[in-house]
Write a new protein. Sequence first.
Lengths: 250, 250
Amino acid sequence: MNTDQNIGVATTRKTFAILEVLKEEEGLTITEITQRTDLTKSTIYRHLKTLSEMGYVIERDDGFYIGLRLLEIGEKTRNREAGYTIAKRKVFELGQETDERALFFVEEDLDGVYLHRYGSLSETMIGKRRPLHSLASGKVILAAWDDDKVDQYIAEKGLTEYTSNTTTDPDSLYEELNHIREQGYAVNNEEYMDGLCGVSVPVYTPENELLGALGVFGPTSRFKDKYMRNELVDRLWDKAGEVKVTIAYG
Amino acid sequence: MNTDQNIGVATTRKTFAILEVLKEEEGLTITEITQRTDLTKSTIYRHLKTLSEMGYVIERDDGFYIGLRLLEIGEKTRNREAGYTIAKRKVFELGQETDERALFFVEEDLDGVYLHRYGSLSETMIGKRRPLHSLASGKVILAAWDDDKVDQYIAEKGLTEYTSNTTTDPDSLYEELNHIREQGYAVNNEEYMDGLCGVSVPVYTPENELLGALGVFGPTSRFKDKYMRNELVDRLWDKAGEVKVTIAYG
DNA sequence: CATGAAATACCGCATAGTGAAACAATTCTG
DNA sequence: CAGAATTGTTTCACTATGCGGTATTTCATG
């Protein structure tokens, strides 16, 4: 067993260190990237030239930018499953019909990731990662797992406290997940961010495998218990069912 | 001047050679990637281990997949400009209102790239690259350039013929671009693919810089001249104007 | 035109990536 | 269930290649 970081290619790590910096802030110059990484000017220079020659990075007058060839690669993940594309449509419909923010959420490496979102003002949040135990959609995914995998999540990721409402105790989490399994949906009551509530349901494939979670979220002022548990949940179940049916019968 | 491919980091090229293969076809094993590249088994092994350790690639039972961390990086490009996000909304509205396929198109490295699209069945096409001279949206972008840049496009990319309707002669192209500049929109009459027509308008920022092109496309049977040039163009102009206004005044 | 800063080019050195081959694990096959 | 075949993983010696310090050029600025 080899657990040290020495496996693999150090050069590739450097390349992605640069790309991650550009993801955070575009239009940086070489010397600005020097300050944000522990890489040398010549190293960054060489890497950026390589990347821009291949189109993964774009060089403009004011600095370097992420290239659209990386978008092309990344988008592959959103088209992997037929259900993902259908879910995209459902997210938009949800947003339009409820006039709230809506999302489709999947898990990767024990993180929750936004795959589709409706209702963002400036940023789409797509690809952003969130802790599963602190969001309605995340808890829906946890509830679909067996105890072993939930244990693994707790062990590897920990139940970090984001607000005073975050579930940080394993036993409480297990109890809550059982409850979610029974009722078929999850609610987030300001557990990740103060003032933000949400409700979410699981989306299954025709083979009854979990595809992801479909959810709606918004300000506490508007997201009262009755609103979420009656109006929104029913609509979410409908949409989740439509995804399943559309996968099966087009 | 250094024009050979020896500039830069060869190792990074190998990493992306692997990622490009996975973009084309996910779920490949190491030996399958060996057949699709000129890389050694051990090299691919080491690169994949590095990439999956960083989350840019996901290892499953049946092979390797593009990781969502690459989606996160790639999505940065779609949120770069405020106008991009607004255009996304407009593309969806266009699709809903016309019940046709709609797109928002930008240029990078002399290629046209789909940034937003509505109405795809299985694949979103986002990030896919198309030749500018063979699509309505591409010609709109060419028409916004000065002759020098159009010359550069012709020289570097060439006017490849995709159908018998593709404009392959520089003089005809210049003539057509002038026409597009006058009328303020472009039409694609089966110039990229037989049976496929489209119409597109430019989208400008409040500073009157070209942001991209907004378009609608569909089958020749439905996309008659009057339909495109009256109904659709007016609606496209409206939406393009709304993008501009929304950028300026929120 | 001088000054400073950033980008680019150069180059010797040692590291780190490479490929071949050996080994282990897994699957296929009769 | 044994043996074969395929694939994944590890090892290792070699040297190609990535690295960083420095030199040079370009560019902006006063």
